[in-house]
Design a protein around this ligand. Structure first.
Ligand code: SER
Length: 583
């Protein structure tokens, strides 16, 4: 069966039971700012579950793209995805438990429909608590369909209650259907904790509204909201162990493995492959729905997904740049019939992947180096997690994932405090309290400021005493220094410059700051731009360098680590450009 046939069958079945097909909405909920994403098919239907009249009537059916960030950590096993499609049918105050369960049973086991064997099915039912009684009614209906008593389990709110999707709204007890996916014989008794029983469908009986006070009240009408995991059921129909082995994912996995160049994949590498497949796929859909990588809300989740995919790409040896867009291209081809928006937005989507990858790839290398230098401690401090976030673009969750892989933990409370401090600082800065705005005073940038002075001095000493700064730009992961010279540096010169800087770093030279007038600075032999009046700060690094600068700088060169030139090239006529890092 083709994947689209499963969707068609579902729609056809419910149409034959007088349901109307409704549209598949955006992953970004319209008119609802309380949640970031559409997490279930019922999401766009909340007003109607509360009692508004739906233009298509009281019986609805569709398939809906959904995204659940809560499942990110599970991705890599056989059954979880961040973005999945949900097949759903609804009764808006129309039919109730009897018909809902009958429909589910008929679609799963009916010869004309999925024709799954009854003995491989099991169900869970709400056990009851102070808010709602034990759901004996559903139990009776399932028994009537032919489900064995031993295949029914009663569970509490954690498992058998659905909603509300945000803080408040429609919700109720539910009954979930499980399928035995193993080739081993189906056990006589259902054990919901056995992972070979996979949840495939959920019938929610929405009769309550959760209010702001946390209390449940009866809704105006009794609704049914069901959701079937499309990819999971398709895995069963294709008789595969994992959804990543289905024909839906096969082309994706194939290109990822090809890009990695590895012949064999161990268990950890297999997980990386699956994470890349999932994350690039979800990101593609998010961008189709207009989300762009950023540091807030949906954009942050998108950024986190893309960057995590890039990191896992490096783990399995993908050296190619812009590999995400190649994978995304396969996603687009797989789904473009059902989602024409993918096709029309293709250029933009691929372009955004490339832009995000370009932005992240250099800082990833340096950030990983920084991370590796922190592994010796058994906990990544909040300050360091924040440094990785701010200076290297590591989403906190990525640092946590890395830390887990290395058996250490992260001080997330400390991270939150740092973030708060920074946000307060940024707010103050935007209010204009910091004159020229907020300069990046992070540890990494500060170190690179000092290293720039040392590079400048070393170039004058080794290459040419007339060398002057023509430009400088520092980001947390590298320095960039432009200087006058009308030829390429030789390899030997570059080595010598590096060695000299590193020798001086090792000496543990103190950095001393003095305020003086421009003419005094000139007289003292300080380098720098003299075209302004008044007092300037002159920073001396031992007797090695003396330069006018506004800072900030480290106190001692020992703090710098190892200096390395990564690139030397022409910048414009008569000007060369060096990029260098501290490791
Ligand atoms: N809202 C329910 C779920 O997501 C049924 O669609 O499981």
């Amino acid at each position: 069966m083709k994947s689209t046939q499963l969707k068609d069958k579902y729609i056809e079945f419910f149409k034959s039971e007088n349901h109307k097909k409704i549209k598949n909405s955006s992953l970004v909920p319209e008119n609802d700012s309380t949640v970031l994403f559409t997490t279930a098919g019922m999401h766009p239907l909340v007003p109607y579950l509360l009692g508004n009249e739906h233009p298509s009537g009281k019986r609805l059916v569709n398939y809906q793209r959904c995204l659940r960030t809560g499942d990110i950590d599970e991705v890599g096993d056989d059954t979880h995805l961040t973005c999945f499609e949900m097949l759903g049918n609804w009764s808006l105050g129309d039919y109730w438990k009897e018909e809902a369960i009958k429909f589910s049973f008929e679609f799963l086991t009916g010869k004309k429909w999925l024709n799954l064997p009854v003995e491989k099915l099991a169900v869970t039912i709400f056990m009851g608590d102070k808010d709602s009684p034990k759901d004996e009614e559903s139990s009776k209906i399932w028994l009537k369909q032919g489900i064995d008593k031993k295949k029914i389990a009663y569970l509490g709110k954690k498992d058998n209650w659905w909603g509300p999707a945000g803080q408040t709204g429609p919700c109720g007890p539910c009954s979930e259907m499980f399928y035995w996916i193993s080739n081993e014989p189906t056990p006589e008794r259902f054990d919901p904790t056995d992972t070979r029983w996979v949840e495939i469908w959920n019938d929610v009986f929405m009769q309550y509204n959760k209010g702001k006070n946390g209390k449940y009240s009866e809704l105006k009408q009794k609704n049914v909201d069901t959701g079937m995991g499309f990819e999971r059921v398709f895995t069963i129909l294709e008789n595969k162990k994992s959804l990543f082995e289905t024909s839906l994912f096969e082309p994706l996995i194939k290109i990822i493995k090809k890009l990695s160049g590895l012949e064999l994949f161990n268990d950890v590498e297999e997980i990386s492959v699956k994470k890349i497949a999932d994350h690039v796929r979800s990101s593609t859909f998010l961008m189709m729905d207009g989300v762009l990588p950023s540091n807030t809300d949906q954009g942050y989740i998108l950024r986190r997904l893309i960057r995590t995919a890039i990191r896992h790409g490096r783990q399995i040896g993908i050296s190619e740049t812009n590999f995400c867009s190649e994978i995304s291209n396969v996603v687009i081809n797989t789904y473009s019939k059902e989602y024409p928006l993918l096709k029309s937005n293709k250029k933009n989507i691929l372009n955004e992947f490339n832009k995000e990858e370009d932005k992240f790839k250099d800082s990833l290398e340096n950030g990983l180096k920084k991370f590796n230098s922190l592994i010796k401690t058994n906990k990544i401090s909040g300050k360091n997690a924040f440094l990785l976030f701010q200076s290297f673009g590591f989403p906190l969750e990525m640092t946590i994932e890395l830390a887990e892989e290395n058996g250490i933990s992260v001080d997330t409370n400390g991270f939150d405090n740092e973030l708060k401090k920074h946000q307060e600082l940024s707010r103050t800065a935007t209010k204009g309290k910091f004159g020229s705005g907020l300069a990046d005073q992070s540890e990494e940038v500060t170190k690179l400021h000092t290293a720039t002075h040392m590079l400048h001095a070393a170039l004058r000493e080794i290459v040419d005493e007339h060398i002057e700064q023509k430009g400088s730009n520092i980001t947390p992961d590298r320095l960039r220094f432009d200087f006058n010279l009308d030829r390429k540096l030789t390899d030997e010169e570059k080595k010598k410059v590096e060695n000299l800087v590193n020798e001086q770093i090792k000496k543990g030279l103190k950095i001393v700051k003095r305020e003086m007038s421009v003419s005094e600075a000139k007289k003292s032999g300080a380098m720098g731009l003299f075209d302004y009046d008044g007092k300037v700060s002159v920073y001396s690094i031992g007797s090695f360098s003396k330069e006018i600068c506004t800072g900030p700088h480290v106190e001692n060169t020992k703090e710098l680590g190892k200096f390395r030139i990564v690139k030397e090239k022409s910048s414009s006529a008569g000007v060369r450009r060096i990029k260098a890092v501290l490791e």
